[in-house]
Design a binder for this molecule. Structure first.
Ligand SMILES: [Mg+2]
Length: 222
């Protein structure tokens, strides 16, 4: 039976991207004319679209005003990242390269499942040299709701895989929730801001992807 592993990016595969983070403030200023502070906004595990709505609402804008220009804002964010990307924006976490290569060589289908805008996620993966492993993705530009990204990833993949054989690998309780809401399985890694004790309700919780063998054992028994 085919198994699909969908990886979150920030805190799971890579360190957070400073340029991507700054692009929220830039887009809000450029498109909506408001000053926002992304750094004080609790955003971990959220989609980029969801973060934009949250930030702009906090700055006093309503849904209608935000939605009119949301696609422009996403476009401006991507442009900003493209123009300013630097090595700190695609720094892989320990063990990631080895783990991805091994999952790939074992015949698992891999994809991205990230709150990042598609162009930003693809650019960072490309720069980090890991895009060759991924056959599909669901992105923060597809939907504001993280669990909905799973169906986008399956659609892009173009082959039928039962949700019981889809695994979301992420670093926050919102990744676990997205897996549950989508009917998929959850694997958590404590390489983001959450400790392993806070990620215990996943089907499998690990300290980091350096423990890839635990994932391989776990998948074998499914
Ligand atoms: Mg994350």
């Amino acid at each position: 039976m085919k198994k699909l592993l969908l990886f979150d990016v920030d805190g799971t595969l890579m360190e957070e991207s400073p340029t991507h983070t700054e692009s929220f403030n830039y887009a809000c200023r450029k498109v909506y004319g408001v000053e926002t502070d992304i750094y004080s906004f609790p955003r971990h595990g959220m989609t980029d679209t969801g973060i934009l709505y949250g930030l702009l609402k906090r700055a006093g804008l309503d849904d209608a005003k935000i939605s009119v220009h949301i696609n422009d804002a996403l476009k401006i964010m991507l442009e900003y990242v493209k123009n300013n990307i630097k090595p700190e924006d695609y720094k892989l976490l320990n063990g990631v390269n080895t783990a991805l290569k091994e999952f790939y060589d074992l015949g698992y289908t891999l994809g991205l499942l990230t709150g990042n805008i598609q162009g930003v996620a693809e650019l960072r993966a490309e720069k980090a040299g890991i895009s060759k492993y991924f056959s599909t993705g669901g992105y923060g530009s597809d939907s504001m709701i993280r669990s909905e990204l799973v169906s986008y990833a399956l659609k892009r993949l173009g082959i039928k895989i039962d949700l019981m054989n889809v695994y979301l690998i992420g670093d926050t309780p919102l990744d676990i929730k997205a897996a549950r809401d989508a009917g998929a399985r959850a694997i958590a890694v404590a390489t983001g801001i959450y400790k392993i004790d806070e990620l215990k309700n996943a089907d499998l919780s690990l300290n980091s992807l350096e423990e890839k063998n635990k994932i391989i054992e776990f998948l074998k028994n499914q």
